[in-house]
Design a protein around this ligand. Structure first.
Ligand SMILES: [Zn+2]
Length: 332
């Protein structure tokens, strides 16, 4: 899967003992409804050898051994969710929430066995996957973790949407995301969230944020064969300026936190954790994919780097000063 990462110089900037690759201690299973197809799907997370990366395996077709690496080059569709494909007929949709949980829990190697074409929605967030990972337990492997260090800014835009990756400030050997959204509905309006991928913060601050959609879009989505499994049990649904879910929101700014979750999951399709800073302005799955393509198209924009065991460090995060970011207010 790491075909784009070979023959590349490494940076050894990380100080301290190298962090080790991680997998699960044992296999663990769940099942649930797929958000878009509406089918019931069984999912099993299997421990994997060092340097395997994250690999999806469709057990229901191809003799049960059809494999798709979790890599941006395998993305075949970004309408409402991120779909990976083997280039033929084998695909797995809606991988981003599971990928976010794996990124947030720092899992490097895993075979994700799935009996169907879409990851189950669970409750629309990454929290059920974090729970599975914690139940299985995390095992360190005797091989250093390898990250992708962003060396110079790259950006992509489409209309009023923008996404960029920039080097991390010297003091921060980690990955941070600054996401801004802007919706007409007063239920959402403008929200901004800056997140530092730190040890425990993903679980408490990001993982429980659910996907969301507008009631008036449901008929169109269903006519397009999407959101067939969507319900108030696995999405925040907005009608006009109102949230329809009985329990309300899990976080006051749950919408932008979910966009952080989506971005973290999509960007983990780099194939390794990133060291750098992401800025997304009204961005989504398509732009996230374009951003990874732009990063890896420029050989001077990235390098491999080991991660020290104090990664990710916690603490306040400043937006890197070298990043020229468009302001939401300026484009709204
Ligand atoms: Zn999402």
């Amino acid at each position: 899967m790491k075909k784009t990462l070979n023959n590349k110089k490494s940076s050894q900037k990380a100080c301290g003992k190298p962090a080790l690759q991680r997998t699960l201690k044992s296999a663990i299973n769940c099942s649930g409804t797929a958000l878009h197809s509406g089918e019931n799907v069984s999912l099993t997370l299997h421990p994997a050898e060092p340097d395997t990366g994250i690999v999806f395996r469709r057990s229901d077709i191809g003799g049960g051994n059809a494999r798709i690496p979790a890599h941006w080059s395998q993305i075949s569709d970004t309408r409402l969710c991120t779909t990976l494909s083997d280039g033929g007929n084998v695909s797995v949709a809606t991988v981003e929430h599971l990928m976010a949980a794996l990124a947030g829990c720092h899992i490097d190697n895993l075979v994700v066995e799935i009996q169907g074409g879409e990851v189950p929605a669970m409750d629309g967030s990454a929290a059920p996957f974090v729970f599975l990972i914690e139940c299985a337990g995390i095992a360190e492997q005797n091989v250093p973790r390898r990250a992708i260090r962003v060396l110079k800014p790259v950006s992509v835009s489409h209309g009023e949407s923008f996404a960029s990756l920039a080097p991390a400030p010297d003091s921060l050997e980690a990955f941070s995301l600054n996401v801004e959204i802007d919706f007409d509905s007063n239920a959402i309006s403008r929200q901004n969230y800056l997140f530092h991928v730190a040890d425990d913060a993903f679980k408490s601050e990001i993982s429980r944020a659910r996907t969301f959609g507008f009631l008036h879009e449901v008929d169109d989505l269903r006519a397009a064969g999407l959101a067939l499994g969507g319900s108030l049990d696995n999405a925040v649904v907005i009608s006009g300026d109102q949230v329809l879910n009985e329990g309300g929101l899990r976080y006051r700014d749950e919408f932008v936190r979910h966009k952080v979750l989506d971005s973290l999951g999509d960007l983990y399709l780099a194939g390794s954790p990133l060291i750098g800073h992401f800025h997304g302005l009204r961005s989504g799955h398509s732009l996230n994919r374009g951003l990874l393509e732009a990063l890896f198209a420029d050989d001077d924009a990235w390098c491999h780097s080991e991660i020290s065991d104090d990664f990710p460090s916690s603490g306040p995060v400043a937006v890197p000063s070298q990043v020229k970011e468009p302001a939401l207010a300026a484009t709204a």
